[in-house]
Design a protein around this ligand. Structure first.
Ligand SMILES: [Zn+2]
Ligand SMILES: [Zn+2]
Length: 431
């Protein structure tokens, strides 16, 4: 008898330990697991497998390996609209300094073979957890909606290849074509429990540019026998700052950031070259192409003035796969706004301004014929931290900061509530 009781108790424990049993608690467990096991862009193997398995347990028809480690989960529920909800999976090469008990300590190998610390510093772990919570809610409340729900776990957002690869791999052809595409992104400026939304242009064009500045190396004691690329690089970096401030109209948004400078090996050696990595951000094609052509003109002009021979002029290499600006369909945003009022209350939602961050979710809204697409901001900042920062004028850690730590529980709960209700309202709107 005792043995049977023990057996039944063990069975009950096994069942209740399933992720889908106690939703709030287990969503936090899932989040912490994802947070402490981040994977870089194009390396999202563990994450995609784990989430694909959980989605299958909920009854979704799941396909893996779409555009890399992309996952598409389809739930058919009668005749109706098709709604796609997307979350991104990749983390960043950042060493986490948040001090959280579940902070990432992982290192992984990046695309050029270096070992780097890895962290979910852009909150994609929150996006995935919200998607899974929404998946669970939609599967367990099928009487509230009808149609085709398509959940997408996208790889490689941070390097802006994932969305493009999934679309190329047939995302909009192998599954019913969505009537709406939805996504959210955590915000490091909005309090947890609140949502920001914005119709129209919302996020910027982002280009990555490499510049190779060449010179003629030699001994640090005999600079007159060299063409020093370090000094030239210093001039180039300063001059690049004049493109936005002097050449682009003051009311046109644009940003140019030099994010990486690498050159030289030792105190007393003048190297042969220095490499720079830049991001350029803009909204219009004119500003984008003006900035690129100015970079080419300035770098070449400064190399000439430094006496660099023509075969060693700087190379400006534009990565051809850029992230296009995100356009939020205004009608869809209006529908989301009224849904959010219902789900989290009008006091918790507000209109935000466009930002210069980029998001390759913009690609989802560019595939012809255009699908109405919108992304909204999910507040992630702890209430007390938020109020303290306002009072004391202390800046909050931004996205991609090693200190960015969302207030996970209210953020996730708000995300699931708002996203599930938005999907249900869109499924139920009049055709
Ligand atoms: Zn990011
Ligand atoms: Zn992100």
């Amino acid at each position: 008898m005792k043995i049977i009781q023990y057996f039944l108790l063990s069975l009950a424990l096994i069942i209740s330990s399933s992720l889908w049993s106690e939703e709030n608690l287990s969503m936090m467990e899932l989040y912490k697991d994802l947070h402490s096991n981040p994977e870089l862009s194009y390396k999202e193997e563990r994450t995609s497998k784990k989430l694909a398995l959980l989605l299958r347990e909920l009854g979704y028809e799941v396909t893996e390996g779409i555009g890399g480690y992309g996952v598409v989960a389809h739930l058919k529920n009668g005749i109706g609209k098709t709604i796609l909800i997307r979350a991104d999976m990749d983390a960043l090469p950042v060493e986490e300094k948040t001090g959280a008990s579940y902070a990432s300590k992982l290192k992984s190998i990046n695309q050029v073979g270096q070992e780097v610390f890895t962290m979910h510093a852009c909150g994609h772990d929150i996006h995935m957890t919200v998607l899974m919570g929404t998946a669970n809610y939609m599967a367990k409340n099928k009487e509230k909606w009808q149609g085709d729900l398509i959940l997408v776990l996208q790889p490689a957002e941070e390097v802006s290849g994932g969305a493009r690869n999934m679309i190329k791999d047939g995302l909009f052809k192998k599954w019913p074509r969505p009537d709406y595409n939805l996504a959210l992104h955590v915000s490091a400026d909005i309090q947890a429990g609140k949502i920001g939304y914005l119709p129209g242009w919302a996020m910027a064009n982002v280009d990555s540019v490499d510049i190779i500045i060449k010179g003629i190396g030699g001994h640090g004691a005999y600079p007159h026998k060299t063409k020093d690329p370090i000094v030239l690089t210093a001039q180039i970096i300063n001059s690049l700052q004049t493109i936005i401030s002097r050449e682009i109209g003051p009311i046109e948004p644009a940003v140019l950031t030099v994010g990486s400078v690498h050159g030289g090996t030792k105190h007393n050696i003048i190297p042969n070259e220095v490499r720079l990595q830049l991001t350029l951000r803009s909204y219009t094609d004119e500003v984008r192409s003006k900035t690129i052509s100015s970079i080419k003109r300035l770098t070449r002009g400064l190399a000439i003035s430094a006496g660099i021979p023509p075969d060693l002029y700087p190379e400006v290499i534009l990565k051809n796969e850029y992230t296009p600006a995100v356009f939020n369909n205004p009608d869809l945003v209006q529908k989301l706004e009224s849904s959010f009022k219902k789900s989290i209350g009008s006091e918790n939602i507000f209109k935000t301004s466009p930002v210069m961050g980029g998001e390759d979710f913009g690609m989802f809204g560019r595939d012809e014929p255009i699908i109405p697409t919108a992304i909204f901001w999910l507040g992630a900042v702890n209430k007390d931290v938020f109020e303290e920062s306002k009072k004391e004028n202390i800046p909050l850690p931004s996205l991609h900061s090693d200190l960015f730590l969302p207030d996970a529980e209210p953020t996730i709960n708000t995300g699931i509530t708002a996203m599930s209700q938005a999907a249900i309202d869109l499924f139920r709107e009049e055709l």
